[in-house]
Ligand binder design. Structure first.
Ligand SMILES: *Cc1c(COP(=O)(O)O)cnc(C)c1O
Length: 369
């Protein structure tokens, strides 16, 4: 039986060579690789500065600190995301204020934001979910009107564009992630990008124990962290960045095959939509099971027995235990996020899948349904 994982990194000789070179150099941290990775990454995204960090979550934590957000502040964000985008707001003692999502694109519904803005609102943390950006023009208008900062969680949407502008160029800072299931990987790792020199400098200091800018190792200006990216990861990132365009093209091809082979079943499965002004880079390929009679979790178990890994994407954050306890959230608070989450099914997408694999997966899924 052929086995299909949900995701798989695309690692070739170039990555092996890069990492081996670092290992043999003896310079395993704070060497030349992470700086080169930062420079190339900033250029790719179209940002002035990039700071490599140990994870996307670490990058989001620094972005929130650099925005001056702290206890008593509110940050508007989406409940339909990976938990890190809301947790980073809690790390600094601020409060995530959720706004429900658009039912087709699954990003925060820009029309519902204004009603949730209060005197305490400091920022909008926009999550670009699944590989396409949120509806940024109305969000940026609101931010301007109410003097709010925008921070982008672009961890799932590297390479995506909105009205021809790149994900990561809309906020005062934006964060990308390189966990092995993302469009490109460094093992663990992340990148914060910004056009603001002061934010860049602060984040560089905070990721390195709050070390002062005059580079003296033991002179600490702030309460910092160890959020550094090591050189092996940076070498991996450099090799991956070189083939990012190719990898995105491959993901688009696979998504296209799913769309094609699922088209005949539109009465039971909804394929993903892409907004007219967006380009999609397919972190995941998520369909919606439309029939109320179908038990999604049973479908997942049965597909697993067929060797096909699938997953709910995503269970909404407000219904996780400690969010419910802390903020008294309950079922029904964000009905669209809940409905989308409960019907969702992420299908395998990774480089190496052929059209015949997609046909096979679609056939198994349809037969089960
Ligand atoms: C992957 C991801 C992150 C960061 O994840 P790390 O595992 O910390 O790199 C943050 N937000 C979203 C939406 C993500 O998908």
């Amino acid at each position: 039986m052929k086995k299909y994982p949900l995701a798989k990194p695309y690692i070739t000789k170039a990555e092996e060579k890069g990492v081996l070179e670092v290992l043999r150099s003896g310079s395993l941290s704070l060497g030349p690789k992470y700086e080169e990775f930062e420079k190339r990454f900033a250029k790719k995204v179209g940002a002035k500065y990039a700071a490599a960090v140990s994870s996307g979550t670490a990058g989001l934590h620094l972005a929130i600190i650099a925005a001056g957000i702290g206890p008593g502040d509110e940050v508007i964000t989406s409940p339909f995301s990976f938990i890190a985008s809301a947790n980073c707001i809690l790390y600094v003692g601020a409060k995530p204020v959720f706004v429900d999502i658009d039912p087709l694109i699954y990003n925060i519904d820009s029309q519902k934001i204004e009603a949730r803005i209060t005197k305490r609102t400091k920022a909008i943390l926009v999550v670009h979910i699944f590989g396409q950006t949120a509806d940024m023009i109305p969000i940026m208008k609101l931010a301007k009107k109410y003097k709010l900062k925008i921070i982008e969680d672009a961890c799932e949407s590297i390479g995506a564009t909105y009205c021809d502008c790149s994900a990561g160029t809309f906020g005062e800072s934006a964060v990308f992630a390189f966990y092995p299931n993302k469009q490109m990987t460094t093992g663990e790792g992340g990148m914060l990008v910004t056009d603001k020199k002061n934010i860049y400098n602060l984040c560089c200091s905070l990721r390195n124990q709050g070390r002062s800018e005059n580079m003296r190792w033991l002179d600490h200006k702030y309460l910092g962290y160890n959020y550094r990216m090591d050189e092996m990861s940076a070498a991996l990132g450099l090799a991956q960045l070189k083939k990012l365009d190719f990898m995105i093209k491959e993901r688009r091809k696979i998504a296209g095959w799913y769309n094609k082979h699922l088209a005949a079943y539109a009465d039971i499965i909804r394929t993903p939509d892409t907004a007219a002004v967006n380009t999609h880079t397919w972190f995941v390929y998520v369909v919606q099971l439309l029939s109320d009679k179908i038990r999604r979790d049973r479908v997942i178990n049965l597909l697993r027995l067929e060797g096909i890994a699938t997953k709910p994407y995503l269970p909404p954050i407000h219904l996780f235990d400690f969010y419910k306890k802390r903020f008294n959230y309950k079922k029904g608070d964000f009905p669209i996020a809940e409905d989308v989450g409960s019907r969702s099914l992420a299908l395998p997408i990774y480089i190496g899948l052929k059209e015949k694999d997609i046909k096979y997966i679609v056939n198994k899924l349809i037969k089960l349904l």
